[in-house]
Write a protein that binds this ligand. Structure first.
Ligand SMILES: [Zn+2]
Length: 655
């Protein structure tokens, strides 16, 4: 599970964070300041893990859309050979290409919806021919011409009605969630086909219907994505000598899993990974989160490479150390309380590389592994991404707060406390939110299979509610997590900003009248449930503008406690009907007129809807015998340069 709300504040600084604005997206450089102070051994380890991260990047492109890599090749061929391309066409292609890189294909990361080129197809073709004359090479198959290639891809580049949604959990009546989703996790498979079919490689395979039979194409060495996975394994292997023993054990287990693709080996890897609690460097590499799949089953490939940020770690660690206290005080039926909570490992980290499902658009907190059975037995690891939070913080515009706050007081409170409140709630969300609770025995530690496409949004709701519930608790002062004289202000700030967010986040869904993304569904649901069931929130209007105003902290918290008890019950019992009703009533649908108003307000102020991050760049210095004698870090400040470099690094792996 990951958590994706940034902590917005603005702080002046003399280095560049916000690099450019492309449509609704902001491009921001992330910095990893403490990297240069790591010992050479750890920097070398990070280097190899970073190479493994780049090696797998194309897997996620392919998983997200079957035409993605071909489309990317065409775009990159044009933008790298601009001589002779008409200026305005080139501008449009460059803009589209950047959005394509940020979103890993032509689907908006948050809305799941397709975006298209707006120049005429003939201008695009002219640009491609100009690029070809300038020496560009296009991904032509045997007997293919450039015109044939462009004709084949024209619907993908230009037609909003062809493959319109990448993940469609709420398709139009009569449509199937799998065939309505444009992703490449299934080919010709409907939900009905899956009845009675037992997947052997649920997380790491593409499911294809071939001659009426379901076939699992397993992601492993010798299977699907063999070239990329072999390259990943090569780099992980090179990393092992520089890792601590517990981390080396986890890396060896991961390599075994990449070779066999077997569920038992994936479990062994998850266990080894979660048991590596103290290593200063860590990586997530594999088929992990299930948000891309409308069924919430298939893992999307991602890689994160990070080191521990010691300065920032104390808060999240304190929450982890007190996990049993929180568990004992959960406002839900005691039968869902976990006893003997152990193994919750929490760190603040700085990321050095994020690819695939985790970059350029990144989470700010991560809690893994996702397997409920392993979490209950072996615990979990929670991280907050400190340098991503910092980059969000430094790149956010102050108008975000003032525009949607009902009073000046509210806006000022947000300026003062929002970064702190938001980081604390993110940490609680990850550690005691996702980390808490247990489910009924008969679910075999797998509530996902009962809750199906509703699972992720229910689990995100649960984690948010836990954080919101404990924020006002006096015990937080005892634990040293908040100052006694500031707690009331912090609680009010967070409740206000959580409430405002249900309005502000509508800017991200510019088409349609419903929400697909699970974190967004969860936040709409909680705020609208509180509006309907408590007196905590008022909807007000002034000067033609709508405001969501949090008016009663106590009513808010009481409501959160009641809702949390119900959401835990839904997860604990795998109550699909209740999950569907709750989310469909409060979380999925919205008023398009209200959305249009919000969009007009943010566009007027030129506020971005989401952010793509440029990663640091690592380089090695080697001696005459090829050994690494130094690993240096620098900051490209340039999305295009980094994306082109990553693409070039793996082109040879695509046969
Ligand atoms: Zn989460």
């Amino acid at each position: 599970m990951n958590h994706t709300t940034p902590a917005p504040t603005a702080a002046p600084t003399d280095r560049t964070y916000l690099l450019e604005r492309i449509g609704e997206a902001a491009v921001v450089q992330v910095y990893a300041d403490a990297f240069r102070d790591l010992p050479l051994r750890e920097r070398t380890l990070v280097w190899h893990l970073g190479q493994a991260a780049i090696a797998g990047r194309d897997i996620f492109y392919d998983q997200r859309y079957a035409h993605n890599l071909e489309m990317r090749d065409v775009l990159e061929a044009i933008v790298t050979h601009p001589a002779g391309v008409d200026r305005s066409t080139l501008d449009e292609i460059a803009c589209y290409t950047k959005l394509f890189w940020i979103n890993t294909g032509p689907y908006n990361n948050l809305t799941s919806r397709k975006f298209v080129l707006t120049c005429p197809p003939a201008s695009f073709a002219a640009a491609a021919h100009a690029a070809e004359r300038a020496g560009a090479r296009f991904p032509l198959q045997a007997g293919d011409t450039l015109d044939a290639l462009l004709a084949r891809l024209q619907p993908m580049f230009f037609d909003l009605d062809v493959d319109p949604i990448v993940t469609s959990k709420t398709p139009r009546a009569g449509k199937d969630i799998l065939t309505a989703s444009a992703n490449n996790l299934y080919v010709g498979v409907t939900t009905a086909d899956l009845e009675g079919f037992e997947e052997q490689h649920a997380l790491n395979s593409r499911l294809v219907k071939r001659d009426g039979e379901l076939v699992e194409e397993v992601y492993r060495v010798g299977g699907r994505y063999s070239e990329q996975i072999t390259a990943i394994v090569h780099h992980l292997d090179a990393a092992i000598p520089y890792a601590t023993e517990p981390m080396a054990k986890a890396l060896r287990a991961l390599i075994t899993f990449y070779r066999t693709g077997d569920e038992a080996d994936r479990e062994a890897y998850d266990i080894a990974w979660v048991q590596d609690k103290a290593s200063p460097v860590d990586t997530i590499n594999g088929f992990v989160e299930v948000y891309l799949d409308a069924r919430s089953v298939k893992g999307a490939w991602e890689a994160v490479v990070s080191y521990v940020n010691h300065e920032k770690t104390s808060q999240i660690r304190t929450i982890a150390e007190q996990a049993q206290w929180f568990e004992d005080h959960m406002p839900w039926d005691p039968k869902y309380r976990k006893e003997g909570v152990h193994g919750v490992t929490a760190n603040a980290i700085d990321i050095v590389a994020e690819t695939g499902d985790s970059g350029p658009v990144t989470a700010v907190g991560i809690n893994l592994p996702n397997s409920q059975a392993i979490r209950e037995r072996y615990g979990s690891k929670s991280v907050s991404l400190s340098n991503v939070n910092e980059a969000y913080d430094r790149s956010t515009l102050p108008e975000f707060r003032t525009e949607f706050s009902w009073t000046l007081d509210e806006a000022e409170r947000s300026t003062r406390w929002n970064a702190f409140a938001s980081e604390l709630t993110t940490n609680m969300h990850e550690v005691i939110g996702h980390g808490s609770g247990k489910v009924a025995e008969r679910l075999n530690g797998n509530p996902q299979s009962a809750l199906k496409e509703q699972y992720s949004a229910i689990e995100e709701s649960r984690a948010d509610l836990v954080a919101l519930y404990f924020l006002p608790d006096r015990q937080l002062v005892e634990f040293g997590l908040v100052r006694e004289d500031a707690q009331e202000e912090i609680v009010r700030t967070e409740y206000e900003s959580y409430t405002r967010n249900a309005l502000v986040q509508l800017r991200r869904v510019r088409e349609g009248t419903h929400i697909e993304e699970d974190h967004m569904r969860n936040r709409q649901m909680i705020v609208h449930w509180l509006m309907a069931q408590t007196s905590a929130i008022d909807v007000r209007s002034r000067g033609g503008k709508t405001y969501y105003v949090m008016t009663d902290v106590r009513a808010f918290r009481d409501g959160v406690g009641r809702l949390l008890a119900e959401v835990q019950r839904i997860k604990g019992e795998g109550d699909y009907a209740a999950a569907l009703a709750l989310l469909d009533t409060y979380g999925v649908h919205f008023d398009p007129a209200l959305r249009d108003e919000v969009v007009a307000r943010v566009d007027h102020l030129q506020l971005p809807s989401y952010t793509g991050f440029v990663m640091p760049r690592l380089d090695t210095v080697t001696n005459a015998s090829g050994e690494i004698t130094d690993v240096t870090i620098s900051y490209p400040l340039d999305l295009s340069a980094q994306m082109l470099e990553y693409s070039a690094a793996t082109r040879h792996l695509r046969s």
